[in-house]
Design a protein around this ligand. Structure first.
Ligand code: BGC
Length: 922
């Protein structure tokens, strides 16, 4: 390859309709080159000329500013050590509607009866509009968004393959617009454009409380079709008063509760011009409103649906200044799985087993004769009789008094239950697209026959993130653990990073803070995190407080009721840690600059809380505050280490509400302040760098004064405290060996078991390895009695459990079986076992370390990462004492190589081979 390749705009491969005015461009250097010395970009008449620079990642476009709808083609040429390259193949981006004034469309809403508006779940609405085009179409773009989730149809065909658009954002401040190239869908003459809109996150059930109407009480659609015709004329067809609305086959749609489709009420041809619908279109492109219930048209007499059952719409002028493109890829149907079994635990029910726990839905063929009603209940586990159980997902009202409150009444509603009534049309099938489920098993009730495995498909649905990392080694159980962590992330990446895809589906800040670095190795999450961080900032309170979940799913009122107000350390710190980790992985400085006000507001909030409040126990023990307490954050509600082994109890919140979390909160205040000091340095904010360096030093000193006891142990004397102390640099350098020794003692005391919860688990093995206890790290990794990761694997987990006791010895499930946080352990496999280490001072793996640390009897490992510069690979094999390794470094990057013997070498771009003697335990 003699030209730069892998062109990207911002972090997107196909940037259609972006609202970034001066996007950043990236490319990878031609194979065989080592170092870029200059580049030249040309883009639609603009020419950067030769620019002396080694930058090839996120280079800002400096040409004429974007105009709405304008498509820019660009190419890049580079000068490297190998000389001048050819011009790259062209890349492109196309601007969306940049100004509110570009919208001729107006929001439209159904005029909904009050009794429908007040209940949950509600039906999906069909909006449609017919129009005439005089001549051939040269170019057509559809821009659309909704309050709710929408899918557009034109002339009987589904538009695009994005699901659950416009995605989940802080709708009050940010509403994403999707752009679609619909040139091929329009014809001269009559055309119909339509959309199916359901409640989605906007007003459907959200959070563990299943609250509704969090962002508004009506669904709405905004869509604009901009058509350029052959004669150059431009027509804009937008939602407005002349559209019509109706309901059809989707009689209920809720992301939590499920979807109900009555195929007898389907409206084939609803989005087709009169008489034009031909039927038989196939999955994903059907023209019934039943979201996949197409196949063939009833009797070939589609009427275009325009003659009955359609009503006028209400036009609303909702805020257009919120409209923006997404920095992240859309949600798609990413993969399909064939069931591994269909069983019949009782005569009236069949259970489909997908073989793994996913987020998504089921596509089912064979729906039985007309009028047959099937009920599909989705769960993560089976009960002792082999039937689907949801016992681990639905709260036990007996055990949790708070849930008696009428505000939480929806908790009694079914969870993840779809139903479908057959119309008996041949070729008909069921596929809901206005709900998702976290499940491995589906119970089907009401089926008159036997469901064959090839009649059911598990559809995996999540953000279509680019895979960037892989790991395999000689130990199959470790590979299974890696797989489970990967699938847990996939199950929790449905437009926002969630805790679980079942019970809460919420963007818990702590969970993403914990897992984001691991995710960034496995997938390109740059845009995904950037999108979420904008919501975090949008919902941050004026005093800097960060909500528990982003976007908001819980309501302050509900949280106060249960006694868990937001502002928790380790969770709110996502405001600092996630931008930092995004910068590290992708060399994206803009994310730091953009989030700077948010991250500093959070740290100032925490610093103020430390200064102004004291924990009642400390007041009682020491009426006059000690000097260091100014920097001790011991007030407020915190989740603490959260879910250490055997600490969960149903009323844990009331215990946490009165507990002293000073050791955790002050540790995070120190860590976030020290990150801010570094970030300030990167952004050239020298005064801020000094301020946060001082704050970091003062909080560290306060932590030491308060939590290092006279005998040199820490308070509380738990594994998590030592792990955090070592990971965050909280203890004096000279006492690190002693702290690590105590951590080892605690692990040994627990029978070589881990004792960490959410926050410290990702650091446990790295801290041990760094402190000279690699052997213990591997012993803990390979531990297979509970609590341990391999217990999960041995008990059949295909995703990571929320609690260390996720499935009991006798197979009883407990809490969610799909929470990625504890899966962050696989970062140890990437960085230590495999040995690819990202260095703080060289973001984007421009210069990185290769330092595999074999152990645990693993005899070979292979780890790869697609960095912004290109492909990194480390593959090693241990043959007795002979250690052999192959490494690849992409052009434009360099690496330090540390062999297990300790010798340090340098690796240049290309593939290199190493060999040395390795003694076990080294
Ligand atoms: C969620 C978590 C979350 C936690 C707060 C749980 O209910 O599922 O993952 O971080 O609450 O501690």
């Amino acid at each position: 390859m003699t030209a730069p390749h892998s062109l990207r705009v911002e972090h997107l491969p196909d940037p259609l309709g972006i609202t970034v005015r001066q996007p950043r461009l990236s490319w990878q250097l031609p194979a065989g080159s080592r170092r870029q010395v200059a580049y030249r970009i040309r883009a639609d008449g603009w020419d950067s000329g030769r620019v002396e620079s080694d930058q090839s990642v996120l280079v800002r476009y400096g040409g004429p500013p974007a105009r709405s709808g304008r498509r820019v083609e660009w190419q890049v040429q580079v000068w490297t050590d190998a000389g001048r390259s050819d011009w790259s193949a062209p890349g492109w981006w196309e601007a969306g509607l940049l100004e509110a004034g570009d919208w001729t469309a107006r929001f439209i809403e159904p005029d909904e009866a009050e009794d429908v508006r007040d209940r949950t779940p509600r039906p999906a609405y069909l909006f449609r509009h017919s129009f005439t085009l005089a001549g051939e179409v040269k170019k057509a773009r559809l821009y659309a968004t909704a309050h709710g989730v929408y899918e557009c149809h034109i002339n009987g065909r589904r538009v695009g393959d994005m699901e659950l658009t416009p995605g989940f954002t802080s709708y009050g401040s940010i509403l994403q617009v999707q752009a679609f190239d619909v040139t091929g869908l329009l014809e001269p003459g009559e055309n119909v454009v339509g959309a199916i809109v359901s409640d989605g996150w906007f007003r459907g059930q959200v959070s563990g409380f299943r609250l509704t109407n969090l962002y508004g009480d009506s669904v709405a659609l905004l869509a604009q079709l901009d058509v350029t015709q052959d004669n150059g004329s431009v027509t804009s067809i937008g939602t407005g008063p002349d559209w019509e609305v109706g309901t059809g086959a989707i009689t209920e749609a809720d992301l939590y509760q499920g979807q109900r489709i009555d195929l007898r009420h389907a409206r084939p041809g609803w989005s087709a011009p009169s008489g034009a619908f031909t039927g038989a279109i196939g999955p994903g492109a059907t023209d019934t409103d039943a979201a996949g219930a197409g196949g063939t048209d009833t009797d070939g007499t589609a009427t275009g649906g325009g003659d009955h059952g359609w009503a006028g719409v209400r036009v609303r002028d909702h805020d257009l200044s919120r409209l923006t493109s997404s920095p992240a890829p859309p949600v798609r149907r990413v993969e399909e799985l064939r069931p591994i079994a269909v069983t019949q635990p009782r005569p009236d029910r069949q259970v489909i087993d997908l073989g793994r726990n996913i987020n998504g839905w089921i596509r089912l063929e064979s729906l039985g004769p007309a009028g047959t009603e099937l009920t599909l209940t989705h769960g993560e586990a089976l009960d002792p009789d082999g039937d689907v159980t949801q016992a681990n997902l639905v709260p036990d009202p007996e055990a949790n008094q708070d849930l008696q409150d009428p505000e939480f009444a929806n908790l009694a509603l079914p969870l993840q239950v779809d139903s479908v009534v057959s119309s008996g049309r041949p070729g008909e099938f069921f596929e809901p697209r206005h709900t998702t489920h976290g499940f491995r098993y589906v119970r089907v009730e009401g089926h008159p026959g036997t469901i064959e495995p090839d009649q059911a498909t598990g559809v995996v649905v999540h953000t279509a993130l680019r895979p960037t990392g892989s790991f395999t080694c000689s130990d199959e159980r470790i590979n299974a653990l890696h797989d489970a962590a990967m699938w847990s992330f996939r199950g929790n990446a449905c437009d926002i990073p969630t805790d679980c895809p079942t019970r809460e589906r919420a963007g818990w800040t702590g969970d993403w803070q914990i897992f984001a670095p691991t995710a960034a190795f496995l997938y390109d999450v740059a845009g995904f995190s950037t999108k979420w961080l904008r919501d975090l900032a949008a919902e941050q309170q004026s005093d800097g407080l960060v909500l528990h979940c982003v976007p908001e799913t819980m309501s302050m009122r509900a949280l106060k009721k249960i006694g868990a107000p937001p502002g928790s350390s380790g969770w709110g710190d996502a405001a600092v840690i996630v931008p930092w980790e995004t910068y590290r992985a992708y060399a994206d400085v803009d994310v730091l600059a953009e989030q700077w006000p948010s991250m500093t507001a959070w740290v100032e909030y925490a610093a103020r809380a430390a200064r102004e409040h004291r924990h009642p126990d400390r007041v009682a023990a020491r009426p006059e505050p000690a000097v260091h307490e100014e920097f001790l954050w011991d007030s407020g509600y915190h989740w603490g280490e959260w879910l250490e082994p055997d600490v969960w109890e149903p009323n844990i919140i009331s215990t946490l509400a009165v507990a002293d979390h000073g050791a955790v909160a002050t540790a995070y205040l120190h860590y976030s302040a020290s990150l801010l000091a570094r970030i300030a340095g990167i952004l050239g904010r020298d005064d801020d760098a000094v301020r946060y360096r001082n704050l970091a030093a003062a909080t560290r000193a306060a932590w030491q004064t308060e939590f290092i006891r006279g005998d040199g142990t820490l308070a509380p004397d738990t594994q998590a405290t030592y792990v955090r102390a070592l990971a965050f640099g909280l203890v004096p350098d000279e006492s690190r060996p002693q702290m690590a020794q105590r951590l080892v003692e605690l692990i040994r005391k627990a029978g070589t078991h881990l004792g960490t919860g959410f926050l410290a688990t990702p650091y446990l093995l790295p801290v041990l390895a760094d402190a000279g206890h690699l052997d213990i790290a591997y012993e803990v990794l390979f531990q297979d009695t509970p609590p341990s990761w391999l217990t999960m694997v041995d008990r059949g987990a295909t995703t990571i459990w929320e609690d260390w006791n996720g499935v009991s010895e006798n197979g009883i499930p407990y809490l969610s079986l799909n929470h990625y946080s504890k899966g962050a352990v696989v970062s140890f496999l990437h960085r230590y076992t495999g040995g690819i280490q990202l260095l703080d001072d060289h973001p984007g793996y421009r210069h990185f370390r290769i330092a595999p640390r074999p152990g645990g009897g693993i005899t070979s490992a292979c780890v790869t990462h697609q960095s912004p510069y290109g492909s990194i690979k480390v593959s090693w094999r241990l043959d007795g004492e002979r250690f052999q390794m192959e490494v690849s470094v992409p052009p434009g990057a360099t690496a330090d190589v540390r062999l297990p013997t300790g010798s340090d070498l340098q690796a240049a771009p290309g593939t290199s081979y190493y060999e040395c003697r390795h003694e076990a335990g080294a």
